[in-house]
Design a protein around this ligand. Structure first.
Ligand code: 5RP
Length: 235
């Protein structure tokens, strides 16, 4: 059910937001695998001229596997659109990302795009962050600083910030950038805009998995089989 919902959301985003002669940011994760399938299909059928900028090793592999044009931010510093998954989306379209550990490159690529479109299944649609996603906010950190950063986050914002450990390898997860990840399980709702900036200012923090005011539209694949989309509410 969730797989079909991911596929539906990914296909809708690619169909509605990718056009000929575009530079496209390609996000990471299992939902994005469906988006790249669809992108490759459209490139083949419609003979689209599209270049793809990856957000991770995994995204780069997907681009290469499908024979799509691989580029980078040196050659394409301005992207027409970036499409990416999310771990949780709240009612303001604030996102938690980084469940797959790719948050830093994902935020860089999204920040270079004129439009940032998110694809997700129904299980990620929350009113407030933490309602459904229980693993916390990922924070990428320089390895030598992980203990002081963990302590600072817990002291200032509550909860716990734990080093993410690898599966199938002894020791911590090492990101595509050679860094560690702390997963901050927070205890209460916060002002995410302020917390994002405050955590980023801690020496040794590379990036947070909080994406505030970045998503232009989120496509959710529904349990019932359809797709719905949401844009930020105007306050
Ligand atoms: C990776 C991410 C992914 O977009 C996020 O984890 C969602 O992944 P999936 O589509 O597999 O559920 O942020 O860093």
């Amino acid at each position: 059910m969730a797989e079909e919902a991911k596929r539906m959301a990914a296909y809708a985003a690619v169909d509605n937001h990718v056009q000929n002669n575009q530079a496209v940011g390609v996000g990471s994760g299992s939902t994005m695998a469906y988006a790249v399938d669809r992108l490759a299909e459209r490139v083949r059928l419609e003979k689209l001229n599209v270049v793809c900028v990856p957000t991770s090793f995994q995204a780069r592999q997907l681009i290469l596997k499908h024979g799509l044009n691989l580029s980078d931010l040196d050659r394409h510093p301005e992207l027409d659109v970036a499409i990416d998954g999310a771990d949780e989306v709240d009612s303001d379209l604030t996102l938690i990302k980084g469940g797959g550990g790719c948050l830093t490159q994902e935020k860089i690529v999204a920040g270079c795009a004129k439009r940032f479109i998110v694809v997700a299944d129904f299980g990620k649609d929350s009113v407030t962050l933490g309602q459904r996603w229980k693993k916390g906010v990922p924070v990428e950190v320089i390895p030598m600083a992980y203990v002081p950063i963990s302590r600072t986050i817990a002291t200032r914002f509550g909860g716990e910030a734990n080093l993410r450990m690898a599966v199938g390898k002894a020791g911590p997860v090492v990101t595509d950038n050679g860094n560690f990840i702390l997963d901050w399980t927070f205890e209460r709702a916060q002002n995410w805009r302020e917390v994002n900036v405050a955590i980023k200012m801690i020496p040794g923090v590379v990036e947070t998995g909080l994406f505030v005011d970045m998503a232009e539209k989120v496509y959710f694949g529904l349990e019932s089989g359809g797709v719905t989309s949401r844009v930020p509410q105007v306050n």
